[in-house]
Design a protein around this ligand. Structure first.
Ligand code: 4AD
Ligand code: MG
Length: 474
C-alpha cells in the first residue's frame, strides 16, 4: 500500500510495480471501453488516475453505479506511464473495491463550489483541493514552529485553557461555569436555578472552581512564570476571545504561539519575531511546493514570489509616533481618522505595510501606554510602553508583543491606575518579588499566519472548525 504522494513523486522509479492505493473518488469519467477514476487520499494535492478496463475485477461496481464521486475505494494495479498530459503516471487497475459508497446527495461534486458554501459543510470541505492544501500547510507551519523554537533552546509549555486571570484586561473572556445546568436540563426557569447570595448576587462559591473561571485569552502570564525559571519558553495552544468582531481576521477560538524570552528586551523580542517568521515561511516554501503552487495559481496570484521576498528582506521598523506621522501625511482617506494616541485600525496597518512599504513586513514599536495592556514595560518618556506589533500585507497585525514590566512598584502602580484587582494578580507580582529579570515576548495568531502563508482571504477558512459570533456547529 502506498500513499498517492509516494506513488506520484517516485512514480517513474516505480513504473511496473504493483501498488495498492486507498482514498476517495474525486471524479469519475466513464467511457465506452474504460473508466478513469481520480482518487485522492489527502497525502498530496495530486490525484492518482486509475484506469479501470472492463476486464478489471470489480468493474461491475462502476457499471452498476456503486463507485461514484465521494465514495471510498481501494484500488490495486500496476503503475504505468500515462498517455495523458496532466500526469506522468497512472494506475492500470486490476482490482477495484468500493469500501464505502457515496450517496448521490454528496455536496462536493466536480463543479467548483464557493468557500462560503463550503463553510456550511465543514465536515466535508477537507475533501476539496483548497482545504486539503490548507490543512497540510497548517500542519507544516505547526511542525516548523516546534522545530524553530526547539532548535533555538526554547522549552514548550502547556498553558492552561481554564483560568481566573484576564491577561489582556479587555474583559473579552468566555465564562466557564457549572452553575447553569447542561443544555438537556435547560428550561425557562434557568435564571432561578442559579444559586444566589443573600444580596441576590450570583453565588460563585457554589460553582465548580469556587469562583468565576474563564477560557484563557492568552497563555502569556503563565509563560512568564516558566520563563523566569527555565529561561526561554513558548506556548502553542488554543485561546478564546468573546470579541464581537465579525471580520475576516477574527475568530472566537484561535491558536496562539507565545514565546517568552528571559533576560531580554524589546530588540531581542523583535529579532526573535523576525527570525521565527522568516523560518516558518521558508519552511513551507521548501516543503510544501505543490500546495504553495496551488495557492499561487488559484488563491492569491504571485504569493510565492512575495513570500520569498519576506524570507530575504529585513523588516521595516518604525515607532508608533513615526507611523502616525506617516498616516497623517498619507493621501488616502481613512474611515477612522488618525491622531497620536489612537489605536491603529486594520485599514491603517494595511496601508503601512502594503502601500507605504510595498508589501514588506513592518514592526511598529513604542505605543502610547493608554492603548496597551497593563503588563507592558514603561519607557522613560512616561508616555509610551515597550510594545511592538508586526504587520504583514493582506492580514495586518500578525504579532503583538512587548517587553514586560519587571519592576514591582511600577507594575503595581499600573494595576492601580487601570483599576485592576491587584489581589488576583498576586502570583504574577511574586515573579517581580523573587528574582525578577528583564523579559519580553510576543503572541502570534496562528490562523493569521496560515492566512498570510496561503493567501486564504477569510480566517474562517484557515482553521478546520471556525468559531465566530453566532456560529459554533460541527
Ligand atoms: O495582540 P494580542 O492581543 O496579544 C496578546 O494576547 C499578548 N498576551 C501576546 C503576548 O505578548 N504573549 O494577540 C496576539 C495575536 C495578534 O497579533 C493576532 O495575530 C492574534 O493574536 N489574535 C487573533 N487572531 C484571531 N482572532 C482573534 N480574535 C485574535 N485576537 C488576537
Ligand atoms: Mg494586539
Amino acid at each position: 500500500v502506498v500513499d498517492i504522494k509516494g506513488g506520484v513523486d517516485e512514480g517513474l522509479d516505480r513504473l511496473g510495480q504493483n501498488l495498492v492505493v486507498k482514498g476517495w473518488v474525486r471524479t469519475l469519467r466513464v467511457q465506452s471501453s474504460v473508466t478513469f477514476i481520480e482518487v485522492n487520499d489527502g497525502s498530496c494535492l495530486s490525484n492518482m488516475q486509475c484506469v479501470v478496463g472492463s476486464d478489471a475485477e470489480g468493474y461491475d461496481q462502476v457499471e452498476n453505479g456503486l463507485t461514484t464521486t465521494g465514495a471510498s475505494v481501494c484500488v490495486e494495479g500496476i503503475l504505468v506511464a500515462s498517455q495523458g498530459s496532466k500526469q506522468k503516471v497512472e494506475l492500470k487497475v486490476e482490482k477495484l473495491t468500493t469500501v464505502g459508497k457515496s450517496d448521490p446527495s454528496f455536496p462536493i461534486q466536480k463543479k467548483r463550489v464557493s468557500r462560503e458554501f463550503l463553510r456550511t459543510k465543514s465536515h466535508l470541505r477537507p475533501r476539496t483541493n483548497t482545504f486539503g492544501a490548507v490543512a497540510r500547510v497548517r500542519n507544516a507551519l505547526a511542525y516548523a514552529t516546534h522545530k524553530f523554537f526547539n532548535e533555538n533552546g526554547f522549552v514548550w509549555i502547556s498553558s492552561p485553557i481554564i483560568t481566573a486571570s484576564d491577561c489582556e484586561g479587555a474583559g473579552e473572556q468566555f465564562c466557564v461555569t457549572t452553575l447553569i445546568p447542561s443544555s438537556r436540563e435547560a428550561n425557562e426557569s434557568l435564571a432561578d436555578a442559579i444559586p444566589k447570595t443573600k444580596d441576590g448576587l450570583i453565588d460563585w462559591s457554589q460553582d465548580f472552581f469556587g469562583k468565576p473561571a474563564f477560557l484563557t485569552v492568552s497563555g502569556q502570564l503563565n509563560a512568564e512564570t516558566y520563563a523566569t525559571a527555565l529561561s526561554d519558553v513558548y506556548t502553542f495552544g488554543p485561546t478564546f476571545r468573546a470579541e464581537n468582531s465579525n471580520t475576516s481576521r477574527h475568530l472566537a477560538e484561535f491558536w496562539m504561539i507565545e514565546p517568552e524570552l528571559a533576560f531580554a528586551n524589546l530588540d531581542d523580542d523583535m529579532a526573535c519575531a523576525t527570525a521565527y517568521l522568516q523560518y516558518v515561511v521558508k519552511f513551507v516554501l521548501e516543503n510544501c511546493k505543490e500546495d504553495m503552487d496551488f495557492f499561487n495559481t488559484w488563491i492569491e496570484k504571485g504569493i510565492v514570489g512575495r513570500l520569498s521576498d519576506v524570507v530575504e528582506k529585513d523588516f521595516v521598523q518604525l515607532t508608533y509616533t513615526d507611523a502616525v506621522e506617516l498616516l497623517l501625511r498619507a493621501k488616502k482617506k481613512f474611515e477612522f481618522p488618525v491622531k497620536w494616541g489612537c489605536d491603529l485600525q486594520s485599514e491603517h496597518e494595511r496601508y503601512i505595510t502594503e502601500q507605504a512599504f510595498d508589501g514588506c513586513p513592518v514592526i511598529i514599536r513604542d505605543y502610547p501606554k493608554e492603548i496597551k495592556a497593563f503588563y507592558m514595560r514603561q519607557n522613560d518618556d512616561g508616555k509610551t510602553v515597550a510594545a511592538m506589533d508586526l504587520l504583514v500585507p493582506r492580514v495586518g497585525e500578525l504579532i503583538g508583543g512587548s517587553q514586560r514590566e519587571e519592576r514591582l512598584d511600577l507594575l503595581e502602580d499600573r494595576l492601580d491606575d487601570l483599576q485592576l484587582n491587584k489581589e488576583s494578580y498576586w502570583w504574577y507580582l511574586d515573579l517581580r518579588r523573587y528574582g525578577s529579570v528583564p523579559h519580553a515576548g510576543f503572541g502570534l495568531g496562528f490562523e493569521r499566519l496560515v492566512q498570510f502563508a496561503t493567501g486564504i482571504e477569510n480566517i474562517r477558512d484557515a482553521i478546520p472548525f471556525p468559531r465566530t459570533p453566532g456560529s459554533a456547529e460541527f
